[in-house]
Design a protein around this ligand. Structure first.
Ligand code: ZN
Length: 216
């Protein structure tokens, strides 16, 4: 990331993290508090925990973070994060290639995999249609999905999208766009709370949602 100088205060910044004006502890608290789900208080707790623990933890953390973007890529087929391309799911001969589960993010893939119910393949859209945020179908990995449907191996697409306005809009768009393809489109059913998020559903409910999926 480029460092820039703030003319008004003449301080150096990386992104919006001030480099010169705070102590190392303040900088780390600010950095941690930028992570999802971590407020200033938790960020402070994490920082002091790292300080109180042996330097090995900080060193291992730093090493893993430094190499993260080099080690992890996106699978050229499904879009999930992987160290090999294609990923271990796309290249696993035991997986059911006739079913593709369509998800918003690579994180959803991990959550569904942990449920151990689904044995097919995945397709990560990389977001949901949200006109107000400027996210249109062109920003999502839909062309790639259509490319995967050219092979007649795929018989069913399961829309595992969050039941939110954006999830519904995206599901509807996919139904319309893919209606001429010889695939059955289903959607996760029972147990998905309206406005809820796959991230917060327990494994049993998620597994029931897969079994009880409905044709759309
Ligand atoms: Zn893959």
């Amino acid at each position: 990331m480029h460092s820039v100088t703030c003319k008004r205060r003449n301080r150096k910044f990386v992104g919006d993290i001030p480099l010169m004006s705070h102590t190392a502890i303040d900088r780390l608290v600010t950095l941690f508090s930028k992570l999802p789900g971590i407020g200033k208080k938790s960020a402070g707790r994490i920082t002091y925990h790292i300080l109180d623990t042996s330097p090995a933890l900080a060193q291992t953390l730093a090493k893993e973070l430094m190499g993260l973007h080099q080690a992890i890529k996106k699978c050229g087929t499904c879009g999930g994060f992987t160290e090999t391309d294609p990923c271990y799911i796309c290249s696993d001969p035991q997986r059911d290639k006739s079913v593709i589960c369509i998800i918003e993010s690579a994180q959803d893939l991990r959550i569904i995999e942990e449920g151990r119910e689904f044995k097919g393949l995945y397709h990560v859209l990389g977001g949901l249609i949200a006109p107000l945020e400027g996210i249109s179908p062109a920003n999502l990995s839909i062309d790639k999905l259509i490319g995967r449907l050219q092979s007649d191996e795929v018989k069913e697409l399961i829309l595992a999208l969050n039941p939110t306005v954006e999830g519904d809009t995206t599901a509807l768009y996919l139904q319309k766009t893919l209606k001429d393809y010889p695939v059955e489109i289903t959607r996760l059913a029972s147990g998905m709370p309206v406005g809820g998020n796959i991230e917060y559903i327990d494994k049993l409910t998620l597994s029931r949602s897969f079994r009880g999926r409905v044709k759309v």
